[in-house]
Design a protein around this ligand. Structure first.
Ligand SMILES: *Cc1c(COP(=O)(O)O)cnc(C)c1O
Length: 233
């Protein structure tokens, strides 16, 4: 349902979320301009996305390629982020459409992205997803696999690893996420000393509705927030 009421609650949620981002930046001495809100619009209708654009949202995240493709066609003026597990058979639709893929989690996906990008003559900006909490069911490379993965990526000339992404375990207590986020930030810091071809590590994507303030305090550049804005998960 689409109504001015919905627009009003969206505006309230968005203002609250932005205020919380500002407060987290202030509490950690960070420039608010260094933190980008990626509004996770999975399952949200296109009209609501358009309302969010009117309210100044510039970046949207989706976890399904079909939804990203559909919404991007109607709302092409913003940046679309692919944040969910990516099957290799969906790669053909996402390359050239996602501004950033947050969920590179395995080598054969990198190879599939390379192959598609080669056909289109594009480069593919991605984040390497790291399974910091070592949860069986979570995607991502293990922390000690990050460096070898990054070093191998120059074999795949069209992949650009712009940073790292992680998901903390589901938890009611945001503080439980802090060690996870801190470890990802430490991995980035350690690896930034290596000058690895096609790897920049400028972005850390971490923090969701449950824990984005903690993520910002630990150095997140991109926060992926859905339910605090759209009540969608
Ligand atoms: C859904 C989702 C989010 C947003 O989660 P919320 O709890 O709704 O803020 C962030 N990242 C990924 C990968 C997601 O799938």
């Amino acid at each position: 349902m689409h109504s001015t009421d919905n627009m009003h609650s969206l505006e309230t949620n968005l203002n609250n979320t932005r205020q919380r981002i500002l407060t987290a930046c202030a509490s950690s001495g960070r420039d608010p301009k260094s933190v980008t809100l990626v509004a996770v619009s999975k399952t949200v209708d296109v009209e609501t996305v358009q309302d969010a654009v009117k309210l100044g949202v510039t970046d949207f995240g989706e976890n399904r390629v079909s939804e990203l493709v559909h919404k991007r066609e109607i709302v092409p003026e913003v940046r679309w982020h692919m944040i969910g597990r990516l099957q290799t058979n969906k790669v053909k639709d996402v390359v050239g459409r996602a501004w950033l893929i947050h969920s590179l989690d395995r080598w054969n996906l990198a190879e599939a992205l390379q192959k598609r990008a080669d056909i289109l003559g594009l480069t593919v900006p991605v984040l390497l997803q790291v399974n910091i909490a070592r949860e069986e069911q979570k995607a991502g490379v293990q922390p000690d696999e990050v460096l070898p993965f990054l070093k191998s990526i120059d074999q795949l000339s069209r992949i650009r690893i712009m940073g790292l992404m992680t998901m903390a375990p589901l938890n009611d207590d945001a503080e439980a996420s802090r060690p996870v986020f801190r470890e990802l930030a430490q991995i980035r810091k350690r690896l930034q000393r290596y000058k690895i071809p096609n790897v920049t590590l400028q972005y850390l994507s971490m923090g969701m509705s449950q824990d984005f303030e903690v993520a910002i305090q630990e150095g997140a550049d991109l926060v992926r927030i859905g339910s605090s804005i759209f009540n969608n998960s």
